[in-house]
Design a protein around this ligand. Sequence first.
Ligand code: C2E
Ligand code: MG
Ligand code: MG
Ligand code: MG
Length: 287
Amino acid sequence: HADLAMYSAKQNGRNNYQFFVPEMNARAMQRLQLESALRLGIDRGELVLHFQPQQHMESGRIIACEALVRWQHPELGMVPPIQFIPMAEDSGLILPLGEWVLREACRQQVIWKNQGIHLTMAINIAALQFQQADFVERVAGILAETGAVAADIELEITESALLASTETLIGRLNQLRALGLSLALDDFGTGYSCLAYLKRLPIERLKIDRSFVKDLPGDTEDAAIASATLSMARDLGMMVTAEGVENEAQREWLLQRKCTLCQGYLISPPRPAGTLTEWLRKEMSLA
Ligand code: C2E
Ligand code: MG
Ligand code: MG
Ligand code: MG
């Protein structure tokens, strides 16, 4: 019923879905409202990016940041991505949303670079985005449009986007590498990582998911997984970013095991561009 109603609502345009209310369950209704609100929100410029710094562990320098999208809804306030990214993925809205994020993050990277703040910009790419046949051309187009240099951009792709590690997808990763972009495997360890494919993927960085970092160093299972990931990555010639680093004990443990980068509240939460600029200037003058 819900699917049929949504289909009809789309056919008939906005607001007509109210006609179907009695037939729909509350959750489907809520979702449909959220979906049309997001559709409008993208057009109305309600999306904003926050940026979370990534620290090079050995030198202590901030060398990169990750762009994280938020939705500034006029009534709901700041909506976190967990509340709309999955819905955007199901509805296909992730395509215009993801394109906006790519463009905006590249623009900000160039703005900072022109101000003497040189950071690699890490950008999350959803599975559906990556699976577009013309994804590489789209990325190249956005680089050209924003003036961002490929070497300054890292794409974070999740394991689930590579589940079907077909020749086509691997070929696409190679094309992105050939353009000069860096590639990271996000949320490593949470999906169905196929270790046999890992060696075939032209990816230079693994991001250890924060669920494995959270209870370090005390939790022996998490320590075993994080340790194994770090040594495997090293042997495969890959770098590692640890996510969700919140305290010194975690940082120390990761540093001892030669983790390359760390990201988390210990260093900084995600911040709007203006706030991060001030924070970075302070960091740099201290360094
Ligand atoms: P992610 O890519 O794994 O991003 C890291 C998430 O961990 C962010 O949540 C960040 O705020 C949070 N985090 C960072 N440091 C800490 C910490 O020390 N402690 C804790 N507890 N959390 C920390 P956020 O911003 O809510 O984003 C959640 C997820 O939404 C992201 O996970 C990513 O999968 C997705 N997402 C965000 N922006 C985008 C986007 O532009 N496109 C796509 N496709 N997905 C996005
Ligand atoms: Mg990410
Ligand atoms: Mg992640
Ligand atoms: Mg994660």
